[in-house]
Design a protein around this ligand. Sequence first.
Ligand code: SF4
Length: 344
Amino acid sequence: MSTAFLTLDGISKRFDPRLTLGDRIAARFGATVEDRPVRAVTEVSLTINPGETLGLVGESGCGKSTLGRIVAGILPPTAGTVTIDGEPVLHNGRKVTTRVQTVFQDPFASLDPRMRIGDTVAEGPIAHGLVTKANAADYVRGWLQRVGLEPDFADRYPHQFSGGQRQRVAIARALAMQPDLLVCDEPVASLDVSIQAQIINLFLELRRDLGITCLFISHDLGVVRHVSDRVAIMYLGRIVEVGSTEQIYRDPKHPYTRALLDSVPRLVLEDDALVEFNAITGEIPSPLAPPPGCTFHPRCPLAVDACRRDVPALMADGTDRLVACHVRAMERNAAATTALEEGR
Ligand code: SF4
C-alpha cells in the first residue's frame, strides 16, 4: 500500500462577512443585515497517493474550488493542515512550497494580457532559481513544445491564442515550475467539447510521462471518470463519499452520489448498460444556514431521525471506500451482525 503524498487533515474554511459602513448603519436602524459566516469547507480530511489523480466532484457552490485553493496554498484554511510528503504547504498563511501548482478554469483571466507568454512562463522558474535568465528562452520553448505549441509562440500575447491554446500555455506555465502536485480547477469547463477532448488527452499524456500527482476539480462527471483513479464527492462543504472511480460510478453508496450520477442524462458504462437511479429533489441549502445533522437530509429519500440530528462520520465500508451516511452504516452493521450469527 502506498504512503500518502498529499494529506489534508481537518480542513475547514469559513468566510466571515465584512459589514460595510452602510450595513452597520442600516443594522442600527433595525434593518436585517446578513452577518452570518459562510462555511465553505468543513472538516475535510483526504489523502492522495503519489502519481494518483483524485477527482473532486460536486455541484456549484459546494466548496470544491475553495478546497482546491487551500490545497494550492492560495487560500489559508480557518482550521486544519495541508502537507506534501509531511511538509506544510502553508506557514503563517503564506505558501512556502513550489511543489504544488494550479491550472484554472479561465486561462484568459489567469494570463497577464500585457506580457508575452514566454515571459509569463519564465517568470516563476527564474524567480525560484529553476532556470537562469540566460537559459530561460530555451527552457520556455521546451515547455511550449511539450504541451503541443510552437516554440515561436513565446513572443505572442494571450489575445493572439485560441481558448485551447491559452489553456496549453497555462499548463506549460504550471509545469515549468516542476511541480509534484497539480491542482486543476475546472480546467476544461470553459472550452468547446472538441477542444476539451484535446486538453484532456494532453493532461493524460503529461500525467503518464511526468508522473505528476493531481487533484482534478470538476462538476463534469464524464470528464472526472475519464481522468481519475479515485473520486471524492463533496456536498455543502463536506466530503460524503470517496472511492475508486470504478466503485463510485458502478456502485455509488451515498444517496447524494447516486443522485449526482442520475443527473447525467445518459451515463453509458463500458458494457453499454445505462444506470438508472432516482432523481434528486429540492435545492442545495445555503452554506449560510446549513441544515443540522446530515446536510443532505432535506433532499434525501432515505433520511431517518438520526440524519436530522447527527452529522454522519466518513467511515470505511469494509473496503477502501469511505461513506458518510447513517443509513449505510446501519446496513453495514446489520450485515455484520447477520454474518456473525450465521457463523455461530
Ligand atoms: Fe440520507 Fe441520512 Fe445518509 Fe444523509 S445520513 S445521506 S440523510 S440517509
